[in-house]
Ligand binder design. Sequence first.
Ligand code: PLP
Length: 456
Amino acid sequence: MSREIPYKIYLEESEMPKQWYNLRADMKNKPAPLLNPETLQPVTFEELSGIFCEELAKQELNETDTHIDIPEEIQKFYKMYRPAPLVRAYCLEEKLDTPAKIYYKFEGNNTSGSHKLNSAIAQAYYAKKQGLKGVTTETGAGQWGTALSMACSYFDLDCQVYMVKVSYEQKPFRREVMRTYGASVTPSPSETTNIGRQILKEHPGTNGSLGCAISEAVEKAVSTEGYRYVLGSVLNQVLLHQSIIGMETKIALDKYEIVPDIVIGCAGGGSNLGGLIAPFMGEKIRGERDYQIIAVEPASCPSMTRGTYAYDYCDTGRVCPLQKMYTLGSGFMPSPNHAGGLRYHGMSATLSQLYADGLMEARSVEQSAVFEAATQFARVEGILPAPESSHAIRVALDEALKCKETGEEKTIVFGLTGTGYFDMFAYEKFNDGKMTDYIPTDEEIAASCAKLPKVN
Ligand SMILES: *Cc1c(COP(=O)(O)O)cnc(C)c1O
């Protein structure tokens, strides 16, 4: 007997997860270890803790504990803006006239406007606990920097953000939100670091890139007493913190005995997707249940669908550890795409391994099709989605429309990672019919991948 399913499935505070789920502990093929960029040997805890907070370095290397306690202080903060609702998209289903049942987990219910706060608060907490003065980071579109500045102000930590120059100029309001929370924001590349000065010399007038901003932030952290670097995606620790998304989703679905057929998420560095799918993928790996899991990436930055699975640098300046991942090459400069959060050359090592093992699929979608889906969604579901999130919406719509043809009543769950209020420049382009779909050629990708580092 199935109960009537409400529009929004909320959890009671008492039902909220008290532990994060570490999917890697259940993986049969573990992701390859991070390598020290100088020695090309697996990084040690000591090396990692020179860059990251100690507890986070431990989490980064932990592939044995399936569950890790969420400290009380973080649980308290989570309760301010979580649990995030799991929404049954009845209105969208009706509009599409599909027999599919569509659910989305909405992570945009906080000022930063995305899921990034889930990891920002954890990283700020561990930095504070270690007695640090502050942290440095990079931000592309600005969501991560905003989330981190909120988290740092909560714990009274200094927050220094390197913001990709083009976004710094295009998104003054994001910058101002960060400053309102007390962060200092520097456009990258900048004159404040060696790597920044070097990049400016080689590429005068450059718009900057995420990889370059990462290099600056790392350099600043390791050269400043009492500071560490924090990163908003890609790393194992970030996927771990984001598992809160998937665990809440699973608890909510289980309450109503709903079993999804398809789980969909957008993939930039892979953190929201890794978090959303974690408990489902865990069941799949343990042979308990099967799910179709789909990563969606932009056609302009197709790391999984067209990249190479190899060791690569995580940043342009090559100061971060190397990671084995699907990559377009650390020198790959994606064409300007309005989903800034998805413009990263690589993919989380965990997701890369799962994809290599055939446990998940990847699809790439073009920008204008993404904005069509975004607009369609906004008009019926009452949320103006972020361009990044709209990649997942696109594929959810495609799958729901397939069900309409076949008559299948599939249950689709997708991650709606955030809101798009700071992306109106992109919506404006779309509304004016001026959006372009640049897709890199095979030659461009091959040329970039030819420069991958030679590891063993
Ligand atoms: C940053 C961001 C993403 C992509 O990052 P992942 O680490 O791949 O999750 C997706 N959606 C929004 C709204 C973002 O801010």
